[in-house]
Ligand binder design. Structure first.
Ligand code: ZN
Length: 157
């Protein structure tokens, strides 16, 4: 196995394989297309205590990423990458989207797995940002917060 894969870094996380496949496809996909592939159809700037978060939309078949409105554009890109990472512990082929690590954060027997997932998301973000170039992603977020996703709703409705 390639030593440089998420799979090899996180052998305990079955979904790392899907993330590796996604990252290999990223160079041929524009950022909005990448987000669509992960069912993210909204990015919101909000007053948050954290740098960001992933939310399931009311229809339960797509995600929103929330970013801290006080963040710097580079931080937005990093956080967006991290939150895309979180989509991999969901089964996004079913509706409602199914969190395969539901409750990990609160369950003390699963807290180790939760921390591993956080590390996975950070590493995913590092790789994702490298592929997409942080500045470009940041510009994309600034310019097309809503525009990008109008296209998405138009194609899915
Ligand atoms: Zn996280």
């Amino acid at each position: 196995m390639d030593k440089n894969t998420l799979c090899s870094m996180f052998p305990e996380l079955a979904f790392a394989k899907e993330a590796d496949a996604f990252l290999s496809a990223c160079p041929d996909m524009a950022v909005p297309e990448q987000l669509r592939a992960r069912k993210i159809n909204r990015i919101e700037l909000k007053s948050l205590l954290s740098s960001g978060g992933l939310r399931i939309n009311p229809g339960k078949d797509s995600f929103s990423v929330q970013l801290n409105d006080l963040g710097k554009t580079n931080e937005w890109a990093e956080t967006l990458g991290h939150e895309i990472g979180h989509t991999f512990h969901f089964d996004i082929s079913v509706r409602p989207l199914l969190d395969l690590c539901a409750g990990c954060r609160k369950d003390k027997d699963k807290i180790g797995k939760f921390e591993m997932i956080e590390n996975f998301c950070n590493e995913f973000s590092r790789r994702w940002s490298e592929i997409n170039v942080k500045e470009k992603v940041a510009e994309r977020i600034k310019n097309t917060l809503s525009l990008v996703f109008q296209t998405w709703s138009a194609t899915t409705s």
